[in-house]
Design a protein around this ligand. Structure first.
Ligand SMILES: [Zn+2]
Length: 60
């Protein structure tokens, strides 16, 4: 199961977060969004996502 960075909400398989380089992950996340154009995506802005990738909507 993928883990979600608690800071960036990006979903990763293993290792550190590719965005913030931390390993502050939560496995209890729900919702999933694939951002392919973060600069133009209104949803990405709302979730304060500035990079492309797979993100969780909520992370606990
Ligand atoms: Zn992160």
């Amino acid at each position: 199961m993928k883990r979600a960075c608690k800071d960036c909400k990006i979903l990763v398989d293993a290792g550190a977060c590719p965005l913030c380089k931390n390993s502050n992950f939560g496995t209890n996340w729900n919702g999933r969004i694939t951002v392919i154009n973060a600069e133009k995506s209104a949803i990405a802005k709302k979730l304060t996502i500035s990079k492309n990738g797979d993100f969780a909507i909520k992370v606990r």
